[in-house]
Design a protein around this ligand. Structure first.
Ligand SMILES: Cc1ncc(COP(=O)(O)O)c(C=O)c1O
Length: 427
């Protein structure tokens, strides 16, 4: 019998055979047939320090012998308390209250519900709508899909989703001549929605600096600053989904730091546990927290998951923060390596356009005679050829992107660029 496992984000009928991984070490995965594959995308964008990191393994082992789990309502524990404080130490001072959950979608779902109920508790129950960006992806739960209407995976569920109004995302790339007009257009679209029905909006969701699943589309920090000003003036809660961009991905620990902006709510997951275990946080300003803090029981935030604040995940999160704090250069230095290898291997390649880079993330589009976008026919071919070349890369349609673990060396990164060039030359 073939495997009973129904895989995520996979058309099971047409997908190539799944690959069994025996072990992982650093940037390498070892397959059952003995092949070594270089993980160029940190698994599902989670593996910050490389696979099977000894310090994370040790933290997990120690914690498992002490406390593996406890109900998080009415109880707390040191790993969660410490992790909450240490993450807050790295965020803008306005963000003060940490709500744990266990994956990116639930972090978004929590932010959504908090923003919605915040206005009810504040006596403005008409603020029920959300703004979000075209190309935005915020997860697969029903609320996260509704604010992720800008992506392409929700259509089957349309009748289940609440209305979200979409604004164009000013996606830009190196030497983009149109960036300013794109930003002006995006801000004008937000303003127009606000003029039409500003009193109905609870908040605006954005993946700051880099839209992940939408195709590693990047915007400038100045755009976020203008958006943050506009949100502030319009009493719109600004909600940053840093599930992917958090923990160094953009070259700073968080995109909000890189853009010198402070959202009202921020969603974190993926790299939070160092990529070991499911863990997430939604962090709110004091003003939001205070809107729930009441003698009235109905004003509490009724939300929680069985594995909320799990001690094992928090322990690996602390070990991961130790590594990030000990050597920030692991994420701060990578952009210059990307530039160097892009120049050497790919910048002038005739099939490449729209190269963009933000910290540890580099992305480029492959020119294709057919349709671009996520369902581009070129994607499965690229993926298969990269794998043959020993590279785990999962193009988003015709977009190739790199998002490597921070333990990668400059020469290993160079080999990935060279490998991409070699594959493109076979097309
Ligand atoms: C920006 C963003 N938000 C939310 C999610 C959902 O996270 P998860 O897959 O952990 O539910 C993702 C996942 O890729 C993401 O990139």
């Amino acid at each position: 019998m073939d495997s009973p496992i129904w895989q995520p984000f996979t058309q099971m009928k047409t997908a190539p055979p799944r690959l069994k991984v025996k072990r992982g070490r650093g940037i390498f995965l070892e397959l059952e047939d003995g092949r070594q594959v270089m993980d160029c995308i940190s698994s599902w964008w989670v593996t910050l320090h490389g696979h099977s990191h000894p310090q994370l393994a040790e933290a997990l082992y120690q914690q498992a012998q002490t406390l593996e789990h406890v109900i998080f309502a009415g109880f707390t524990h040191d790993p969660a308390e410490q992790l909450a404080r240490r993450v807050l130490n790295h965020l803008p001072a306005g963000l003060r209250r940490v709500f744990f959950s266990d994956n990116g979608s639930t972090a978004v779902e929590v932010a959504l519900k908090m923003a919605y109920q915040y206005w009810q508790n504040q006596g403005e129950p008409q603020r029920t709508r959300f703004l979000a960006f075209e190309g935005g992806y915020h997860g697969d739960t029903v609320g996260a899909m509704a604010v992720g209407r800008g992506s392409c995976w929700w259509q089957s569920y349309d009748p289940l989703l609440f209305q979200t109004d979409l604004v164009p995302f000013p996606a830009t790339f190196e030497a983009d001549q149109a960036v300013e007009s794109k930003e002006t257009q995006a801000l004008a679209a937000v303003e127009q929605f606000l003029q039409q029905q500003g009193h109905c909006y609870a908040g605006i969701f954005i993946e700051p600096l880099v839209q992940g699943a939408g195709g590693m589309r990047m915007c400038r920090p100045t755009f976020l600053q203008a958006l943050a000003d506009l949100a502030r003036r319009s009493h719109l809660l600004l909600i940053y989904d840093e599930v992917m961009t958090g923990f160094g991905r953009t070259g700073e620990l968080f995109a909000c730091l890189k853009s010198s902006t402070c959202p009202d709510l921020i969603c974190l997951s993926k790299g939070l546990s160092g990529g070991c275990l499911p863990l997430a946080m939604t962090i709110a300003t004091e003003a939001i927290y205070q809107a729930f803090y009441s003698d009235d029981a109905t004003q509490a935030f009724y939300h929680g998951h069985s594995y909320t604040g799990n001690p094992l995940a928090c322990a690996t999160g602390l070990a991961s923060l130790n590594l990030l704090e000990a050597d920030p250069m692991v994420y701060q230095g990578m952009e210059s390596w990307h530039r160097q290898w892009m120049d050497k291997w790919l910048r002038d390649h005739p099939l490449i356009e729209h190269w963009r880079v933000c910290g540890t993330i580099s992305a480029m589009d492959v020119k294709t005679p057919g349709e671009g976008g996520y369902f581009s026919a070129i994607a499965p071919t690229l993926k298969a050829r990269f794998l043959e070349a020993g590279l785990l890369l999962r193009p988003l349609g015709n977009t190739i992107y790199l998002l490597p673990p921070y333990c990668i060396t400059p020469s290993q990164l160079g080999l990935i660029y060279q490998g991409i060039r070699d594959v493109l030359d076979t097309l």
